[in-house]
Design a protein around this ligand. Structure first.
Ligand code: FAD
Ligand code: NAI
Length: 467
């Protein structure tokens, strides 16, 4: 078969690229070795984790908050198999949705492992019967995503020592869960199991949680998580896990050196980041260059050093986020169809889907200090917002950072309920080069949490009304 475009991997990067390219009239094939489409995100990432975050949040609310609102319910009983089945149904619905969309857009699907034989040639070993087919194609897109970063000396068995994949299907709530890494996965999945009854200790190498997020936000958020019952061991490294007994013994010691300590755990979740996945792709034989961290090297148009071979998503540089992969997929498809596709890397939101949520777009104060840019900050707490006050969900704040000279909004950071939805008005504003004045003068409906965004923008010029 011969194609304009063959994409290896149908995660958010690959399947979105395929659909956009097909919409623009290209003849497209996709190759996927997993049994289903949607990649890490739909199968073992964004989607299943959000199902469990939603269900566990309601479980905790029913146990702790309903009473104060006058809703008398008996203490909720956890049916974990049913909760996991709820998650699995959600995943199934989503992956079938992608299958439908690929079919609707007349994308040819090859379920099997793809290998690049060289420019214009992709070999597929079909899952169904092991037969090998070679696809002729003008262009190839590598969209093979990422895999769990291993912790040296600790073997993941996905039962007692798990990655995020195992943590999404534990058959029993662990009495004690030790999470290695206070990043997004550690805090999201740590929240799920804490809400369902686990005692959660998070061991983090750095002296802060959520590296990369605004440090003021991270500090406040840690205090909120402390209140919820998380235990943090910051500036601490795991040196090994003894699996001999019924209880795991996790050896930890201060990152800067010092006395070692042993933590007991029923389950250990290793969440210290993800690494690009290119095993078996034939990159070395095809001469495609990778950097020191194993990422496929691309230029601003997603082109690798080999003509006709491109790469997008987690396998290249940049935040490992589904929407970043999707936007790169759209931009590349448009470029290959002769249009001007483009991704604005300055305006990629990031959300931690805990309760409250943490959402961020653009520059942090730390970034601007490091770059020597003069800026102004407006901050507004949810304790002063009518809607969150009446709902008794007042943890958190909105922070808007604007350029000191031009007032252009450079960053927005929110801790609060639904922060992941609220961040988008800031993203749109920033995409249009808007100022804090623009945001402050935009009428916001009352009573909404989003009024806190407007008030934070007003606070940039010290004229917030409700504080
Ligand atoms: P992937 O989704 O990893 O897809 C790559 C696909 O390529 C896979 O299906 C793989 O089977 C296939 N493949 C690999 N090699 C081959 C080959 N040789 N032949 C054929 N197929 C191949 N991001 C967010 O934005 N929001 C979230 O809430 C979020 N939550 C997450 C939660 C967890 C627990 C995890 C682990 C990740 C989460 N992420 C989230 C990150 C998100 O999943 C990734 O950024 C996203 O999936 C990257 O998309 P991708 O298309 O680059 O790669
Ligand atoms: P991460 O990069 O977010 O966090 C890893 C944490 O582990 C960091 O705090 C790091 O300092 C720490 N760490 C590294 N080595 C360590 C060690 N040896 N001991 C102790 N701590 C150590 O990575 P995470 O949480 O694994 O997530 C992987 C990727 O998946 C992220 O890049 C993220 O973008 C994506 N993701 C996104 C989500 C979202 O958007 N809501 C949800 C989950 C994952």
């Amino acid at each position: 078969m011969s194609y304009d475009l063959t994409i290896i991997g149908t995660g958010p990067g690959g399947y979105v690229c395929a659909i956009r390219a097909a919409q623009l009239g290209l003849k497209v094939a996709v190759v996927e070795k997993r049994g289903t489409h949607g990649g890490t995100c739909l199968n073992v990432g964004c989607i299943p984790s959000k199902a469990l975050l939603y269900a566990s949040e309601l479980f905790e609310e029913a146990g702790h908050k309903f009473g104060e609102m006058g809703i008398g319910v008996p203490a909720p009983k956890l049916d974990l198999p049913a909760m996991l089945a709820f998650k699995d149904r959600g995943v199934d619905g989503n992956v079938k949705g992608v299958e439908f969309l690929l079919k609707k857009n007349k994308v040819d699907v090859y379920m099997g492992a793809g290998k690049i034989l060289g420019p214009g040639k992709v070999e597929v070993t079909l899952n169904a019967d092991g037969k090998v087919e070679v696809l002729e194609t003008k262009n190839i897109v590598i969209a093979t995503g990422s895999d769990v970063a291993p912790l040296p000396g600790v073997t993941i068995d996905e039962e007692r020592i798990v990655s995020s994949t195992g943590a999404l299907k534990l058959p029993k709530v662990p009495g004690k869960l030790v999470v290695v890494g206070a990043g997004v996965i550690g805090l999201e999945l740590g929240s799920v199991w804490r809400r369902l009854g686990a005692q959660v200790t998070v061991v983090e190498f750095l002296d802060r949680i959520l590296p990369g997020m605004d440090s003021d936000v991270a500090k406040s958020f840690q205090r909120i998580l402390d209140k919820q019952g998380f235990t943090f061991k910051l500036g601490t490294k795991v040196t090994g896990v003894d699996t001999k007994g019924k209880t795991l013994k996790v050896s930890v010691e201060p990152a800067a050196g010092g006395a070692a300590e042993v933590l007991e755990a029923d389950v250990v979740l290793v969440a210290i980041g993800r690494i690009p996945f290119t095993a078996g792709l034939g990159l070395e034989e095809a001469g495609v260059a990778k950097d020191a961290r194993g990422r496929v090297v691309t230029d601003h148009h997603f082109a690798t050093n080999v003509p006709g071979i491109y790469a997008i998503g987690d396998v290249i540089v940049g935040p490992m986020l589904a929407h970043k992969a999707e936007d790169e997929g759209v931009a590349l498809a448009e470029q290959l169809a002769g249009k001007a596709g483009h991704v604005n890397y300055d305006v990629i939101p990031g959300v931690v889907y805990t309760f409250p949520e943490v959402a961020s777009v653009g520059k942090t104060e730390d970034d601007l200090k490091a770059a020597g840019v003069a800026y102004k900050v407006g901050k507004f707490p949810f304790t002063a917002n009518g809607r969150t006050k009446v709902n008794n969900t007042t943890d958190g704040f909105v922070k808007i950072i604007a350029d000191a000279a031009t007032d252009k909004v450079l960053g927005a950071h929110i801790i609060g309920p639904e922060a992941g939805e609220m961040i988008h008005e800031c993203a749109v504003l920033m995409e249009f080069g808007g100022s804090s004045e623009d945001l402050a003068r935009t009428c916001h409906a009352h009573p909404t949490r989003s009024e806190a965004v407007k008030e934070a923008a007003m606070a940039v010029e010290k004229r917030a009304i409700h504080m």
